[in-house]
Design a protein around this ligand. Structure first.
Ligand code: ASP
Length: 331
Protein backbone atom coordinates (compact mmCIF):
# COMPACT_ATOMS: atom_id res chain seq x y z
CA UNK A 1 0.00 0.00 0.00
CA UNK A 2 1.40 3.39 -0.90
CA UNK A 3 2.02 5.98 1.79
CA UNK A 4 -0.50 8.41 0.28
CA UNK A 5 -3.46 6.09 0.78
CA UNK A 6 -2.78 5.67 4.56
CA UNK A 7 -4.53 7.98 6.99
CA UNK A 8 -1.72 9.58 9.06
CA UNK A 9 -1.33 8.24 12.58
CA UNK A 10 0.20 11.38 14.02
CA UNK A 11 -0.20 15.11 13.58
CA UNK A 12 3.45 15.91 13.30
CA UNK A 13 3.35 19.66 12.66
CA UNK A 14 4.63 20.36 16.15
CA UNK A 15 8.20 19.26 16.90
CA UNK A 16 7.87 18.24 20.52
CA UNK A 17 11.62 17.79 20.88
CA UNK A 18 12.63 21.35 20.07
CA UNK A 19 14.85 22.58 22.90
CA UNK A 20 12.89 24.94 25.15
CA UNK A 21 15.92 26.38 26.85
CA UNK A 22 19.24 26.81 25.10
CA UNK A 23 21.90 26.90 27.76
CA UNK A 24 25.55 25.96 27.94
CA UNK A 25 24.63 22.34 28.63
CA UNK A 26 22.34 21.60 25.71
CA UNK A 27 23.58 18.43 23.96
CA UNK A 28 26.89 18.62 25.86
CA UNK A 29 28.79 15.63 27.25
CA UNK A 30 29.42 15.82 30.99
CA UNK A 31 32.86 14.28 31.40
CA UNK A 32 34.75 16.29 34.01
CA UNK A 33 34.06 18.93 36.65
CA UNK A 34 36.59 21.11 34.84
CA UNK A 35 33.77 21.96 32.43
CA UNK A 36 31.83 23.83 35.12
CA UNK A 37 32.27 27.51 35.88
CA UNK A 38 30.84 29.02 39.05
CA UNK A 39 27.96 30.41 36.98
CA UNK A 40 27.24 26.93 35.62
CA UNK A 41 27.17 25.57 39.14
CA UNK A 42 24.81 28.29 40.31
CA UNK A 43 22.53 27.54 37.36
CA UNK A 44 22.40 23.79 38.00
CA UNK A 45 21.90 24.31 41.74
CA UNK A 46 19.02 26.71 41.15
CA UNK A 47 17.40 24.17 38.82
CA UNK A 48 18.00 21.42 41.40
CA UNK A 49 16.14 23.54 43.98
CA UNK A 50 13.20 23.71 41.57
CA UNK A 51 13.37 19.97 41.02
CA UNK A 52 13.29 19.35 44.77
CA UNK A 53 10.19 21.49 45.12
CA UNK A 54 8.49 19.86 42.16
CA UNK A 55 9.25 16.38 43.52
CA UNK A 56 7.88 17.37 46.91
CA UNK A 57 4.63 18.86 45.57
CA UNK A 58 3.91 16.80 42.49
CA UNK A 59 6.18 13.76 42.64
CA UNK A 60 6.53 13.62 38.87
CA UNK A 61 6.07 15.84 35.83
CA UNK A 62 6.22 15.68 32.03
CA UNK A 63 9.32 17.81 31.41
CA UNK A 64 11.25 14.94 29.76
CA UNK A 65 8.28 13.07 28.32
CA UNK A 66 9.36 11.65 24.98
CA UNK A 67 13.02 11.31 25.98
CA UNK A 68 14.91 8.12 26.80
CA UNK A 69 18.04 7.62 28.89
CA UNK A 70 20.33 4.59 28.57
CA UNK A 71 21.99 3.86 31.90
CA UNK A 72 25.06 1.72 31.17
CA UNK A 73 27.08 0.46 34.12
CA UNK A 74 30.17 -1.71 33.65
CA UNK A 75 30.89 -1.40 37.39
CA UNK A 76 28.58 -1.91 40.39
CA UNK A 77 26.41 0.97 41.56
CA UNK A 78 23.46 1.55 43.85
CA UNK A 79 22.98 5.29 44.21
CA UNK A 80 24.30 6.67 40.92
CA UNK A 81 22.34 4.24 38.74
CA UNK A 82 19.11 4.34 40.72
CA UNK A 83 19.18 8.10 41.17
CA UNK A 84 19.60 8.64 37.41
CA UNK A 85 16.71 6.23 36.81
CA UNK A 86 14.57 7.95 39.47
CA UNK A 87 15.52 11.37 38.05
CA UNK A 88 14.48 10.43 34.52
CA UNK A 89 11.25 8.83 35.68
CA UNK A 90 10.28 11.75 37.89
CA UNK A 91 10.65 13.99 34.85
CA UNK A 92 8.40 11.74 32.78
CA UNK A 93 11.17 10.17 30.65
CA UNK A 94 11.97 6.52 30.03
CA UNK A 95 15.07 4.48 30.88
CA UNK A 96 16.95 1.59 29.29
CA UNK A 97 18.70 0.18 32.36
CA UNK A 98 21.86 -1.82 31.68
CA UNK A 99 23.01 -1.63 35.23
CA UNK A 100 23.24 -5.02 36.81
CA UNK A 101 23.11 -7.13 33.71
CA UNK A 102 26.04 -5.93 31.63
CA UNK A 103 27.30 -9.54 31.75
CA UNK A 104 24.10 -10.57 29.96
CA UNK A 105 24.53 -7.94 27.24
CA UNK A 106 26.72 -8.40 24.18
CA UNK A 107 29.66 -7.05 26.18
CA UNK A 108 30.07 -10.65 27.36
CA UNK A 109 30.48 -11.61 23.68
CA UNK A 110 33.36 -9.17 23.39
CA UNK A 111 31.50 -6.12 22.07
CA UNK A 112 33.61 -2.99 22.45
CA UNK A 113 32.57 0.01 24.51
CA UNK A 114 32.35 2.13 21.37
CA UNK A 115 30.14 -0.34 19.49
CA UNK A 116 28.00 -0.59 22.58
CA UNK A 117 27.57 3.21 22.62
CA UNK A 118 26.95 3.43 18.87
CA UNK A 119 24.23 0.82 19.26
CA UNK A 120 22.51 2.18 22.35
CA UNK A 121 22.41 5.71 21.00
CA UNK A 122 20.04 4.47 18.30
CA UNK A 123 17.44 3.96 21.04
CA UNK A 124 17.99 6.90 23.34
CA UNK A 125 18.70 10.62 23.71
CA UNK A 126 21.40 10.55 26.38
CA UNK A 127 23.71 7.91 27.88
CA UNK A 128 24.95 7.69 31.46
CA UNK A 129 28.12 5.60 31.53
CA UNK A 130 30.17 4.01 34.31
CA UNK A 131 33.27 2.10 33.28
CA UNK A 132 36.41 0.91 35.11
CA UNK A 133 38.92 2.68 32.84
CA UNK A 134 40.07 6.25 33.36
CA UNK A 135 39.13 8.25 30.25
CA UNK A 136 36.44 5.80 29.10
CA UNK A 137 33.64 8.39 29.09
CA UNK A 138 35.81 10.82 27.14
CA UNK A 139 36.49 8.14 24.49
CA UNK A 140 32.81 7.17 24.34
CA UNK A 141 31.91 10.84 23.88
CA UNK A 142 34.28 11.12 20.91
CA UNK A 143 32.25 8.58 18.97
CA UNK A 144 28.71 8.86 20.32
CA UNK A 145 26.25 11.33 18.81
CA UNK A 146 24.13 11.69 21.93
CA UNK A 147 25.45 13.31 25.13
CA UNK A 148 27.49 11.04 27.41
CA UNK A 149 27.35 11.66 31.14
CA UNK A 150 30.32 10.26 33.06
CA UNK A 151 29.03 8.29 36.06
CA UNK A 152 32.53 7.28 37.14
CA UNK A 153 35.53 6.34 34.98
CA UNK A 154 37.64 4.07 37.17
CA UNK A 155 39.78 6.04 39.58
CA UNK A 156 39.39 9.12 37.35
CA UNK A 157 36.37 11.35 37.93
CA UNK A 158 32.77 11.25 39.08
CA UNK A 159 31.50 14.70 38.11
CA UNK A 160 27.82 14.32 38.98
CA UNK A 161 28.78 13.11 42.46
CA UNK A 162 30.93 16.20 42.94
CA UNK A 163 28.05 18.43 41.86
CA UNK A 164 25.74 16.83 44.40
CA UNK A 165 28.45 17.00 47.05
CA UNK A 166 28.97 20.71 46.50
CA UNK A 167 25.20 21.28 46.39
CA UNK A 168 24.93 19.47 49.73
CA UNK A 169 27.65 21.61 51.32
CA UNK A 170 25.98 24.76 50.03
CA UNK A 171 22.50 23.77 51.18
CA UNK A 172 23.55 22.40 54.57
CA UNK A 173 25.96 25.17 55.56
CA UNK A 174 24.63 28.04 53.44
CA UNK A 175 28.00 28.79 51.81
CA UNK A 176 31.19 27.25 50.47
CA UNK A 177 33.68 30.14 50.77
CA UNK A 178 35.52 30.25 54.06
CA UNK A 179 34.93 26.58 54.96
CA UNK A 180 37.48 24.10 56.28
CA UNK A 181 36.89 20.85 54.46
CA UNK A 182 38.61 17.61 55.45
CA UNK A 183 38.74 14.70 53.05
CA UNK A 184 39.43 11.37 54.67
CA UNK A 185 40.21 7.87 53.41
CA UNK A 186 41.34 6.68 50.00
CA UNK A 187 42.40 9.90 48.34
CA UNK A 188 44.51 8.13 45.76
CA UNK A 189 41.84 6.01 44.09
CA UNK A 190 38.68 7.81 45.25
CA UNK A 191 37.28 9.44 42.13
CA UNK A 192 34.69 11.40 44.12
CA UNK A 193 37.52 13.05 46.03
CA UNK A 194 39.31 13.88 42.77
CA UNK A 195 36.26 15.56 41.25
CA UNK A 196 35.18 17.37 44.41
CA UNK A 197 38.69 18.67 45.05
CA UNK A 198 38.84 20.17 41.55
CA UNK A 199 35.46 21.85 42.02
CA UNK A 200 36.36 23.21 45.45
CA UNK A 201 39.51 24.76 43.99
CA UNK A 202 37.19 27.41 42.51
CA UNK A 203 36.31 28.58 46.02
CA UNK A 204 38.11 30.16 48.94
CA UNK A 205 38.37 27.00 51.07
CA UNK A 206 40.98 25.32 53.27
CA UNK A 207 41.47 21.67 52.43
CA UNK A 208 42.80 19.02 54.81
CA UNK A 209 43.66 15.58 53.45
CA UNK A 210 43.74 12.61 55.81
CA UNK A 211 44.95 9.27 54.48
CA UNK A 212 47.46 6.49 54.96
CA UNK A 213 50.74 7.37 53.30
CA UNK A 214 50.13 4.97 50.40
CA UNK A 215 46.74 6.51 49.58
CA UNK A 216 47.60 10.21 49.46
CA UNK A 217 46.02 12.57 46.95
CA UNK A 218 47.72 12.22 43.51
CA UNK A 219 50.57 14.69 43.12
CA UNK A 220 49.17 16.42 40.03
CA UNK A 221 45.98 17.26 41.90
CA UNK A 222 47.89 18.46 44.94
CA UNK A 223 50.20 20.64 42.82
CA UNK A 224 47.23 22.11 41.02
CA UNK A 225 45.67 23.12 44.35
CA UNK A 226 48.91 24.69 45.50
CA UNK A 227 49.31 26.57 42.21
CA UNK A 228 45.81 27.96 42.66
CA UNK A 229 46.69 29.24 46.11
CA UNK A 230 44.45 26.88 48.07
CA UNK A 231 45.42 26.37 51.70
CA UNK A 232 46.17 22.62 51.88
CA UNK A 233 47.61 20.29 54.50
CA UNK A 234 48.09 16.54 54.71
CA UNK A 235 48.06 14.27 57.74
CA UNK A 236 47.42 10.63 58.56
CA UNK A 237 45.37 11.29 61.73
CA UNK A 238 41.68 12.21 61.84
CA UNK A 239 42.29 13.65 65.31
CA UNK A 240 44.36 16.42 63.67
CA UNK A 241 41.35 17.76 61.75
CA UNK A 242 38.25 16.86 63.74
CA UNK A 243 38.03 20.00 65.86
CA UNK A 244 38.21 22.56 63.07
CA UNK A 245 36.37 20.81 60.26
CA UNK A 246 33.19 22.33 58.84
CA UNK A 247 32.88 19.33 56.55
CA UNK A 248 34.25 15.83 57.10
CA UNK A 249 34.13 14.15 53.70
CA UNK A 250 34.68 10.48 54.49
CA UNK A 251 35.43 7.84 51.86
CA UNK A 252 36.00 4.08 51.84
CA UNK A 253 39.24 2.39 50.84
CA UNK A 254 38.66 1.41 47.20
CA UNK A 255 39.41 -2.31 47.46
CA UNK A 256 38.67 -2.99 43.77
CA UNK A 257 41.53 -0.71 42.64
CA UNK A 258 44.27 -2.60 44.50
CA UNK A 259 46.35 -5.02 42.47
CA UNK A 260 47.88 -6.42 45.65
CA UNK A 261 45.21 -7.37 48.21
CA UNK A 262 47.83 -7.57 50.97
CA UNK A 263 48.31 -3.83 50.58
CA UNK A 264 44.57 -3.37 50.95
CA UNK A 265 44.57 -5.45 54.15
CA UNK A 266 47.23 -3.15 55.58
CA UNK A 267 45.10 -0.02 55.21
CA UNK A 268 41.51 -1.26 55.31
CA UNK A 269 40.96 -0.41 58.98
CA UNK A 270 42.78 2.89 58.76
CA UNK A 271 40.10 4.86 60.62
CA UNK A 272 36.55 5.01 61.91
CA UNK A 273 34.46 8.07 62.73
CA UNK A 274 33.00 7.20 66.13
CA UNK A 275 30.53 8.97 68.46
CA UNK A 276 33.43 9.67 70.83
CA UNK A 277 35.38 11.38 68.06
CA UNK A 278 32.30 13.42 67.13
CA UNK A 279 32.14 14.92 70.63
CA UNK A 280 35.25 16.88 69.60
CA UNK A 281 33.72 18.18 66.36
CA UNK A 282 31.99 21.55 65.99
CA UNK A 283 28.30 21.80 66.75
CA UNK A 284 27.64 23.22 63.30
CA UNK A 285 29.45 20.96 60.85
CA UNK A 286 28.48 18.05 58.60
CA UNK A 287 29.70 14.54 57.97
CA UNK A 288 29.43 13.47 54.34
CA UNK A 289 30.18 10.21 52.53
CA UNK A 290 29.61 9.30 48.87
CA UNK A 291 28.71 5.80 50.12
CA UNK A 292 28.86 2.83 50.32
CA UNK A 293 30.43 2.87 53.78
CA UNK A 294 32.24 -0.24 54.88
CA UNK A 295 33.07 0.58 58.46
CA UNK A 296 34.35 4.17 58.19
CA UNK A 297 31.39 5.76 59.99
CA UNK A 298 29.89 4.16 63.07
CA UNK A 299 26.15 3.47 62.66
CA UNK A 300 25.36 5.41 65.85
CA UNK A 301 26.36 8.59 64.03
CA UNK A 302 23.33 8.22 61.74
CA UNK A 303 21.21 9.70 64.56
CA UNK A 304 23.50 12.74 64.87
CA UNK A 305 21.92 15.70 63.01
CA UNK A 306 25.38 16.47 61.63
CA UNK A 307 25.28 13.22 59.63
CA UNK A 308 24.38 14.53 56.17
CA UNK A 309 25.12 11.45 54.06
CA UNK A 310 21.54 10.33 53.46
CA UNK A 311 20.38 13.87 52.70
CA UNK A 312 23.36 13.92 50.30
CA UNK A 313 21.90 10.83 48.58
CA UNK A 314 18.57 12.58 48.00
CA UNK A 315 20.30 15.68 46.67
CA UNK A 316 21.86 13.41 44.06
CA UNK A 317 18.49 12.81 42.48
CA UNK A 318 17.66 16.53 42.29
CA UNK A 319 21.04 17.38 40.77
CA UNK A 320 20.68 14.61 38.19
CA UNK A 321 17.16 15.78 37.33
CA UNK A 322 18.55 19.26 36.73
CA UNK A 323 21.45 17.97 34.62
CA UNK A 324 19.36 15.65 32.46
CA UNK A 325 16.84 18.41 31.78
CA UNK A 326 19.62 20.88 30.96
CA UNK A 327 21.45 18.50 28.61
CA UNK A 328 18.18 17.80 26.80
CA UNK A 329 17.38 21.50 26.44
CA UNK A 330 14.39 21.47 28.77
CA UNK A 331 15.77 23.39 31.73
N1 ASP B 1 29.94 5.45 45.05
C1 ASP B 1 31.15 6.19 44.89
C2 ASP B 1 31.80 5.88 43.56
O1 ASP B 1 31.21 5.24 42.73
C3 ASP B 1 32.09 6.02 46.03
C4 ASP B 1 32.61 4.65 46.27
O2 ASP B 1 32.31 3.70 45.53
O3 ASP B 1 33.38 4.52 47.23
O4 ASP B 1 32.91 6.31 43.33
Amino acid sequence: MSKQTLAPLFKLEENKREPKVINGFYQKDIISVNQFTKDDLAYIFARADEMAEMAQRWGTCDLLKGYTLACVFYEPSTRTSSSFIAAMERLGGKVIPITEGIQYSSVSKGESLIDNMLTLEQYCDVIVLRHPEIGSSASAAKYAHVPIINAGDGAGEHPTQALLDLYTIQSELGKVDGLKISMIGDLRYGRTVHSLTKLLAQYDVSLRFVSPDTLRLPLDLMNDLIDRGINVRETSRVSDVIENADVLYVTRIQKERFTDLLQYEEVKDFFEITPELMTRAKEKMIVMHPLPRVGEIHYKIDRDPRAAYFRQVQNGMFIRMALLAAVLGQA
